[in-house]
Design a protein around this ligand. Structure first.
Ligand SMILES: [Zn+2]
Length: 145
């Protein structure tokens, strides 16, 4: 299940991707294919995000295509016919859009931020004596006044 929570930011990522194609793809035919692939990728993410999932560890988008009933895992490569013919495909375009969107600093998993903060907090020595020890399940915790 892939859900784009901030469609405004996703729109900006899409605009940046289109601008990059405009600036870096010189072949007119290839440029047109990538622009179409990006547009189709956006539509598919919005309509069929329920049939997609993003693997953040290995950076690829798993797509269960509702049209072909095939499962594609796309990042720089894909298993579809278009990729087999060396052409742009919406699977790769969508994978790149999702990756760029998830890499926005505000979309990083809170776990990363929490981990970093915890490391910076020094352990303070305990200078107080507990009044008693209470047991919570299998954990014994000191109780202070
Ligand atoms: Zn593909």
């Amino acid at each position: 299940m892939l859900e784009i929570t901030d469609t405004n930011k996703f729109g900006k990522v899409t605009a940046a991707a289109l601008a990059k194609v405009e600036l870096t793809v010189t072949d007119a035919q290839n440029k047109k294919r990538w622009v179409n692939a990006i547009a189709k990728g956006v539509v598919e993410i919005e309509a069929n995000g329920a049939f997609m999932t993003y693997d953040e560890k290995d950076n690829y988008l798993v797509i269960w295509s509702q049209k072909s009933n095939e499962v594609y895992s796309a990042n720089g490569v894909c298993q579809c016919k278009a990729f087999g013919r060396g052409m742009a495909c919406w699977h790769r375009a969508a994978a790149r859009l999702v990756r760029l969107y998830l890499e926005l600093p505000e979309n990083k998993k809170p776990a990363f931020a929490a981990q970093k903060e915890t490391k910076e907090i020094p352990y303070l020595p305990n200078t107080r004596e507990p009044v008693r020890v209470e047991k919570y399940g299998s954990v014994r915790l000191p109780v202070y006044n």
